[in-house]
Design a protein around this ligand. Sequence first.
Ligand code: ADP
Length: 187
Amino acid sequence: MDDSIEMDCAPAVPNIKREAPNILITGTPGVGKSTLCRMLAETTGMQWLEISKIAKENNCLEEYDEVYQCPVLDEDKLMDGMEEAMCQGGNIVDYHSCEFFPERWFDVVFVLTTDNTTLYDRLTSRGYTGKKLQDNVECEIFQVILDEAKNSYKEEIVHEIQSITPEQLQENIEKICLWIQQWFETN
Ligand code: ADP
């Protein structure tokens, strides 16, 4: 994350009082969301909500999209199940899309990005091929998730962070931890 980013810790939507902030970590598959979230959860004690896993465990998958080779979420059922935890706060939500979550749930949104070569290599080693590989790399090239986040949340709470190298991973953790600390000081 760029040092020049202004870390706004005011509540994203006024009049919502949570015990701890909710953080959304989003980005194209392979950018490093799980890696970052796992380490953040270990460091902060916050709850890591891995949406793909939760959806599967709670039967929130409606069908399988053969074209995009991924399951389609039953979003309403998933949202209902998450509402209580999200109202309480202290969650790190990890998903490769962000437009369908209620805006009021999040205090800050981090969009992870990489360069195209890095993403291509990571997805290839994960076994992605053909259209699935191409679509995901294009998704990153055209900054689809970053645009989605900017269109879905107040722009001042949306931060793009690069996750190409292990050093950047460490920096991102430190900066998000600092953001969390500032949130507690101001809320
Ligand atoms: P996502 O959850 O977004 O699909 P992952 O966290 O599974 O992505 O990361 C994909 C791969 O990239 C993993 O092999 C992970 O170890 C690696 N990776 C993630 N972030 C970094 C980073 N900052 N530097 C080097 N490798 C990384």
